[in-house]
Design a protein around this ligand. Structure first.
Ligand code: GLU
Length: 279
């Protein structure tokens, strides 16, 4: 049953959470434990939980002896290759506090275009979740570089949410919500909810520049939220520092209403059915 509001997140059957590089590495490394606390609590209450986490490059480059995030692709990929194992180890060490297993799933956007790959991934996710595991997904950075270049895994998270038929997708970043203008600008106000098909006209997003260790920005987040919402998965966008409150259903962040097709019932009445991702 797709979550109809923030209040239904805590009881959702299946939740996908996405966290960005800058939220869990470097000065914010301590937030990794808070993310895990919130995920473990959701799982203890019976929800299936999938985490999409960036942070491989940010975790890997210091291990290569580099002092700054590399800018060339092969060194970014080398950093990701090293950082990915360290990142999963950190998550596992944190999940050990709850006796929960992490698994690693590396995907590329191309995998979603290939029916066999998509079905295989879907079956693997379903089985992992049956075992009570928390799959941790990242882009397979050695062979694909879309998220390195454009999106800090926002798009990947939306594709995963649709693939696993999630009841809600939570996009976590450094910003607590979508605003009517760049949040630092005076007069910018929080957008609490975005109706499906609302084109957000007149809303000015900041440029999708690369800041610190992460990439992406409001534009890629909104595009990804739309991708999920168009396929019937509602999305909550908020800050990683508020993950506990967000997963407990607090009235924060920006909520994207999903597409809900109106179909005639057998009696001829028009009703709103669940969502496409669940069919
Ligand atoms: N897959 C990349 C990583 O985990 C995400 C891209 C980025 O953070 O810039 O590092």
């Amino acid at each position: 049953m797709v979550a109809r509001s923030r209040a239904e997140i805590s009881g959702a059957r299946r939740v996908v959470v996405k966290v960005g590089s800058s939220s869990i590495t470097g000065a914010n490394e301590h937030q990794l434990d808070s993310v895990v606390d919130a995920l473990a609590s959701l799982r203890e209450h019976g929800s299936d939980v999938v985490l999409v986490s960036s942070g491989a490059i940010a975790t890997g480059f210091p291990a290569l002896g580099l002092t700054e995030k590399p800018t060339d692709l092969p060194t970014q990929q080398a950093s990701a290759s090293i950082g990915q194992t360290l990142l999963i180890s950190r998550y596992q060490a944190s999940l050990d506090r709850f006796g929960v297993r992490a698994s690693q799933v590396l995907l590329t956007a191309g995998d979603f275009d290939d029916l066999t790959h998509r079905r295989n991934a879907q079956r693997a996710f379903d089985r992992l979740l049956e075992f009570g595991v928390i799959p941790i997904v990242n882009e397979n950075d050695t062979v694909a570089t879309h998220e390195i270049r454009f999106g800090d895994n926002d798009r990947l998270a939306a594709l995963v949410a649709v693939l696993v038929r999630a009841d809600v997708l939570i996009l976590l970043s450094d910003v607590d919500a979508l605003y009517t203008a760049p949040p630092e600008r005076p007069g910018a106000t929080r957008i609490a909810s975005v109706a499906h098909n609302d084109q957000l006209e007149g809303i000015e997003f900041g440029p999708a520049t690369e800041t610190g260790v992460g990439t992406g920005g409001a534009t890629t987040k909104v595009a990804s939220a739309r991708l999920a919402a168009d396929a019937g998965v509602p999305v909550l966008m908020t800050a990683t520092s508020r993950v506990g409150e967000a997963l407990a259903g607090a009235e924060l962040g920006t909520w994207f209403e999903p597409f809900a097709p109106k179909l005639p019932t057998r009696t001829g009445a028009i009703t709103t059915v669940g969502n496409l991702a669940h069919q």
